[in-house]
Ligand binder design. Sequence first.
Ligand code: FES
Length: 94
Amino acid sequence: MPHHLLICTGPSCRQEGAEEMLAALHLFLCDASLQAYTRLTLCCCLGQCGRGPNMVVYPDGTWYGGVDTRAALQIVRGHLLEGKVVTALVQVPE
Ligand code: FES
């Protein structure tokens, strides 16, 4: 199933490593042959500063927080490939 990922690269999330995570995410998507099925949109701020790096996965509308490189890999494998929400990383927006 195609997915659309909103990824925050705003100041707070950048400070927490969003750019490094994003670079790794591209590699993970290619390794999993998901690049043609995954759309990425970078956002200036998702309104959850201090809980980042933040990501929202659609069509589910699942919010993830603290998405570092390791977490991004978990999301690719668990959510995108297996269709299972990675509950340990879910963040309910405030
Ligand atoms: S900078 Fe990422 S949520 Fe605000």
